[in-house]
Structures are given as structure tokens and as C-alpha cells.
Design a protein. Structure first.
Length: 272
């Protein structure tokens, strides 16, 4: 049975609107085929860097062919929960190996951005942030990633928990960008206006999804329209190239989110 058609929002916003590669319960290529006519960008989620889990070179070439034919771009989410500042040399080397493998595999797509979770044990340390030795190791690891030749502005650090501010100086010094995850802000009670004031000029990618019953990555329908309207105001000028990813993982949540965000299309609605 063919998948249910989605509202088409391609080329309707002053930014590139996308979603994840996990909408159909299928592999990367069927998802790219399904989504290419609908959105401007697809977030390829590479949660596992092992060779068997990553697309083959032939599949990546086919994804690139589809992208060229449909004016499609990509963001690449690097593997989660790898600690680039770990005090364990073996852990840190393994993390760098995994991330570098994904960067090299995805280079054929010329991604708009590579998204990095700055995961580390200091998530449990509270608002004091990471210790200096962790920051030094993390900084050196980021330099190793940049030595692969990716432009610094295309490496985006995503806001997690509990704090993001300790990374501010590193982001500025290395010329990195920021991935603003609006759902993470909501889950941990962080203020959107404050985040945009501090990092707005460096935001290259936005992850947008709803929060219900304390769980994120849900559809956008819900009572919190004030946050969405503030975000759309921020994105509306179109002066900086940006991708907005509806970071949901199924057709129902994506359909819901597309219909909500279509209300903000300048001058009209999404095509059915």
C-alpha cells in the first residue's frame, strides 16, 4: 500500500523546511524518495556509525541523484551520546573514529550542516557546567573533526541539558554554528527569547517539535503557540540561510506538524 500523501511545503518559506529520515518505518532511501517532493531538506539521522548501519556508497550516490533532481538539501545528525571530552583516551578515540566515518560517508551530499550533540558526563553536574579539563579535551576533539575539511560554520552544536552557555566561547572562537532545539528548551524550562538573543546570529539549524506530557518529538498541534510564533518571527526575515527540521519520527506527527506550520506560509497555505 502506498504511503498517505503529505501536505507539500517545498519552497514556501524564507528558510529550508525539512524533517527526519525516519518518517516511514523503512530505510533511508525509501524515506528520501517519499519526502523529496514535500520538503526542502532531510535530516539524515546516523545514530550508529558501524559500516552495516550506514548506507552503502551506491545508496548515497542514489540519494545524491534524488537531491539534485528535487532541489533537496541535507543535514546530517552525527551519532548520539559520544563523549568527545572524555577523560578515557579509548572512549574519546572511538568517538572521533565514529564521527569521522559518518562525516566521510556523508560528504558526497555536501550537507548544509552536521549536527553534534555535545554529550558528556557533566550533564549530571548541574548548572556549574563542565570542568576545564573536559572543555580542553572537547575543544581538541572538535579541532580533529574540523581537520577533516568541513567548514566550521557547518558544524552545529545542539543545545541539550542542563546548560549551553559554557560552550559559548568555544563556538565563537572556532566559528561554529548552533542547532537550536526548541523542544529541548521547553523540556528543561529554558527561555527561547534569551537563547535567540545570545545565539541567534549563529543559529544555522532549528529542530522544531511539540512537547506533550513531558515527552518531546511530538507533533506541533498544542497550546504553546506563543513559542512557535516567536520562532517564526525570528525566522521570517530570510536574511540568513537556515534549515528548520520538523524533528518527528512518523507520518502522523509529520502530517500534524506540516498542517500547523503551513498556517505561517507567507501569503497562503500548503499545496494539498
Amino acid at each position: 500500500m502506498n504511503p498517505v500523501p503529505l501536505p507539500v511545503v517545498k519552497s514556501r518559506f524564507p528558510f529550508r523546511l525539512g524533517t527526519t529520515s525516519f518518517i516511514l518505518p523503512d530505510d533511508y532511501l525509501p524515506n528520501v524518495h517519499y519526502l523529496a517532493p514535500v520538503v526542502d531538506d532531510i535530516e539524515l539521522l546516523f545514530t550508529d556509525a558501524s559500516d552495516g548501519a550506514l548506507p552503502s556508497p551506491e545508496v548515497m550516490q542514489e540519494i545524491r541523484r534524488i537531491a539534485d533532481g528535487d532541489s533537496l538539501s541535507f543535514t546530517v545528525h552525527l551519532p548520539y551520546d559520544v563523549d568527545l571530552g572524555s577523560g578515557d583516551d579509548a572512549v574519546r578515540r572511538a568517538a572521533l573514529t565514529d564521527l569521522t566515518r559518518v562525516i566521510e560517508k556523508s560528504r558526497i551530499l555536501e550537507p548544509f550542516a552536521w549536527i553534534l550533540h555535545p554529550f558528556c558526563e557533566w550533564q549530571h553536574f548541574g548548572s556549574g557546567g563542565p570542568p576545564g579539563d573536559w572543555m580542553a579535551r572537547f575543544s581538541a576533539s572538535v579541532d580533529r573533526l574540523l581537520s577533516t575539511g568541513i567548514p566550521p560554520a557547518r558544524l552545529c552544536l545542539e543545545n541539550l541539558r542542563p546548560v549551553f552557555a559554557p560552550l559559548e566561547g568555544l563556538i565563537a572562537a572556532k566559528g561554529l554554528s548552533v542547532c537550536l532545539d526548541v523542544g529541548h528548551l521547553a523540556i528543561y524550562g529554558h527561555d527561547l527569547n534569551d537563547f535567540l538573543e545570545r545565539y541567534g546570529k549563529r543559529v544555522r539549524v532549528v529542530h522544531l517539535h511539540g512537547v506533550r506530557d513531558g515527552r518531546d518529538h511530538r507533533g506541533l498541534a498544542g497550546p504553546d503557540r506563543q513559542r512557535l510564533e516567536r520562532l517564526m518571527d525570528f525566522l521570517g526575515d530570510g536574511r540568513a540561510p537556515r534549515v528548520v527540521t520538523l524533528e518527528v519520527f512518523g507520518r502522523a506527527d509529520l502530517d500534524e506538524s506540516l498542517r500547523v506550520i503551513a498556517e505561517y506560509i507567507p501569503g497562503g497555505k500548503a499545496r494539498p
